[in-house]
Ligand binder design. Structure first.
Ligand SMILES: Nc1ncnc2c1ncn2[C@@H]1O[C@H](COP(=O)(O)OP(=O)(O)O)[C@@H](O)[C@H]1O
Ligand SMILES: [Mg+2]
Length: 234
């Protein structure tokens, strides 16, 4: 994915302005920055769920435009802080999303089973989504996202509302899956301790701009974990 001169203006205020940003196949990038920096708005725009005010977004050289927006959007999956599961069974949440994308019934059932299993929640398949704990619901959301077999995965603070032990086991599991799948991922977080589990590079966003972008080592330095109080946009 390659982005150029991407801007979003809302009520005459600039929400973000990105001269140039790329996310190459297999790259895992954390997007960090303070509240209100524009991370969610940028993620939604890159995922083609919001339109930019100006600028271009390309996937494999194809320029995103009104006539191919839906097709391109189907190559991406997004997981938010709230799991946004539909009020139906866990299995149906996955198969319904796949059926909407024209996946056949048998294939949809097989993929749903596979990904629920990968995220350790195969036994929850018959349960109603609304009866799940926060951690279970996020595992199901991740399984649903991977079942789409997206080219790019967008994660917007998916663990922010989970308790610490739940979050940690999920970070480990998701990190392993991202590596195994070589999944191209943009991961928004305000918690730096999550970054090394999921991302190899970090983009720092401040007041609507990407002010730093590089490998975790370049951005944070060698002894990042000993310096948790460091503020990278300062
Ligand atoms: N629909 C909207 N209309 C106007 N302003 C918005 C809208 N959505 C977000 N904003 C503003 O854009 C800025 C960036 O918000 P957001 O992308 O949610 O930041 P972050 O995710 O980094 O906390 C904030 O100042 C927010 O108030
Ligand atoms: Mg946000």
């Amino acid at each position: 994915m390659l982005v150029q001169n991407l801007r979003r203006v809302s009520a005459s205020r600039e929400i973000f302005s990105i001269d140039s940003f790329s996310l190459m196949p297999g790259e895992t990038v954390a997007l960090v920055g303070p509240n209100g920096a524009g991370k969610t708005t940028l993620l939604m725009t890159l995922a083609l769920l919001h339109l930019p005010s100006s600028g271009s977004i390309r996937f494999d050289g194809t320029l995103a435009a009104p006539d191919n927006l839906l097709a391109l959007r189907r190559r991406m999956a997004v997981v938010f802080q709230e799991s946004l599961l539909l009020d139906m069974s866990v299995a149906a949440n996955l198969t319904t999303a796949l059926r909407i994308r024209k996946v056949g019934r048998k294939e949809a059932a097989a993929r749903a089973g596979k990904w629920l299993n990968v995220f350790g929640v195969a036994d929850l398949a018959p349960r109603q989504a609304r009866s799940l704990s926060g951690g279970e619901a996020q595992r199901v959301s991740l399984a649903r996202a991977f079942a789409m077999e997206p080219d790019i995965l967008f994660l917007d603070e998916p663990f922010a509302s989970l308790d610490y032990p739940t979050r940690n086991t999920l970070l480990n599991d998701l990190g392993r899956v991202l590596k195994q799948m070589n999944m191209t991922t943009l991961f928004v977080t305000h918690d730096y301790s999550e970054i090394p589990f999921l991302a190899e590079k970090t983009a720092v966003m401040y007041e609507g701009r990407i002010v730093k972008y590089g490998s975790n080592r370049e951005i944070f330095g060698e002894d990042f974990f000993e310096r948790q109080s460091w503020i990278p946009w300062a």
